[in-house]
Design a protein around this ligand. Structure first.
Ligand code: ZN
Length: 134
């Protein structure tokens, strides 16, 4: 498995428009890549920065994972995504090492990326997403 760099940092917000007021108007970042991922009940916006991005997340439903995260822990960093060169082999390697995964198989995330989450019990509380982009 080869981890290339931080792909993005996911920030859970109660109100994306309010969050973007800070990141765009105050920090001067550019927001693009607005997208709704229906099966995750989340709306996202990406703010590119060098090789990485900040991903602003807003739940589309009170029972979505981002809404539940905010309910339990408040707004803030929800996950960190690491770019890997080959997600299939990374997942095989982690399974062989006995690492607990949320996603045993890759699924499609925002921007068409192939993604999979590692269980936070394995990562000392950090929700880690592995991400492969072509
Ligand atoms: Zn993400």
């Amino acid at each position: 498995m080869r981890i290339l760099h931080i792909d993005h940092i996911g920030v859970a917000s109660k109100d994306m428009a309010e969050a973007l007021k800070f990141f765009v108007e105050k920090l001067g970042m550019e927001a693009k890549g607005f997208e709704t991922i229906e099966d995750q009940k989340v709306r996202v916006a990406f703010l590119p920065l060098g090789e990485g991005e900040i991903e602003i997340l807003e739940s589309t439903s009170p029972d979505g994972p981002v809404a539940k995260f905010i309910e339990a822990r408040g707004e803030g960093v929800q996950h960190i995504a690491l770019r890997v060169d080959d997600l299939d082999s990374a997942l095989e390697e982690l399974k062989a090492k006995g690492v607990r995964l949320i996603d045993e198989k890759p699924r499609i995330g925002a921007g068409g990326a192939r993604i999979a989450f590692i269980h936070p019990k394995e990562t000392h509380g950090v929700l880690l997403e592995l991400c492969e982009r072509k």
